[in-house]
Write a protein that binds this ligand. Structure first.
Ligand SMILES: C[S@@+](CC[C@H](N)C(=O)[O-])C[C@H]1O[C@@H](n2cnc3c(N)ncnc32)[C@H](O)[C@@H]1O
Length: 266
């Protein structure tokens, strides 16, 4: 997704994104920081920060002597983050394309469910890595192949019935498939020049009521599929999507994720 489009989709998704904050984004942001473990005084970039799910715990970890830049294109989500983070003066939210962000140098750059949206994932990750000090750490959180990846194609197929151009790989909203196993993620990060790469697997399954499955569609990247569609078409997409989930027996949401951390050589 190009950065402006991503920012527009996620700002439009604001209310539904917020409805999943406590159940999805916040716990996985907290779990990410339980792996990345910034130290007091660290300088951190949280790239694609959304409403601050991982930026807030990072800011608590670095404390008042540290600093966290939380950067995203979705101004609406940043406003939610600022409200959550009131009083955490070391955390600064900025609306900006992370691919042209030139802050730093940072001790840690973390990107939680963001890298796979970059139009060129390798170039985007290289850009983020370039903001690190020598010896600094780069962390990526992404969906595991057997989790969220089962739902998104059902949403894509439901929308493709209205928009044939969404059919197949060309209609995909991201490059998750390139990094959705520990092996693929390790190979990718090592290929970008990182050393000491370690991947932590996070298992996290929760119930999924059909109405909540629809707010998930509207509150995250699947929303891109229906951007600009009229109401009647969206209603048909919803019907097909829910029927598709039922047919696949998806009555729970597998949020299984991978958190990888590697280091640039000192
Ligand atoms: C799935 S959300 C994840 C948000 C947050 N990290 C979390 O875990 O709650 C992906 C975010 O990436 C942002 N994004 C994608 N490409 C971007 C770019 N080039 N620059 C800034 N933000 C970007 C979107 O605006 C969106 O908020």
């Amino acid at each position: 997704m190009n950065p402006e489009f991503a920012g527009g989709v996620f700002t439009a998704a604001g209310a539904q994104f917020a409805s999943w904050y406590a159940r999805l984004w916040r716990p996985l942001g907290e779990l990410t920081v339980a792996v990345t473990r910034p130290s007091p005084g660290d300088r951190v970039l949280d790239a694609c920060c959304g409403s601050g799910a991982s930026a807030v715990p990072a800011a608590i970890a670095v404390g008042p002597s540290g600093h966290v830049d939380a950067v995203d294109m979705a101004g609406g989500l940043l406003d939610q983050g600022r409200a959550t983070a009131a009083g955490l003066d070391q955390l600064v939210f900025t609306e900006h394309d992370v691919l042209t962000w030139d802050g730093g140098p940072y001790d840690l750059v973390q990107c939680v469910y963001g890298v796979f949206f970059f139009p060129d994932m390798d170039a985007g990750a290289r850009r983020l890595i370039s903001r690190l000090r020598p010896g600094g750490r780069f962390a990526v959180t992404t969906w595991r192949h057997d989790g969220m990846a089962r739902i998104v194609p059902i949403g894509q197929a439901a929308a493709a019935a209205e928009r044939p151009e969404l059919t197949g790989p060309a209609g995909r909203v991201g490059s998750q498939g390139r990094i959705d196993t520990p092996e693929k993620l390790t190979t990718w990060l090592t290929g970008l020049g990182l050393v000491d790469v370690e991947v932590e697997e996070i298992g996290f399954v929760q119930p999924l009521h059909p109405e909540d499955a629809w707010t998930l569609f509207l509150g995250a990247a699947m929303r891109a599929f229906i951007t600009g569609m009229d109401e009647a078409a969206v209603a048909r997409v919803k019907e097909r999507y829910l029927a598709g989930l039922a047919e696949a027996g998806l009555t729970s949401l597998d949020c299984g994720s991978l958190v990888a951390v590697g280091r640039v050589p000192a």
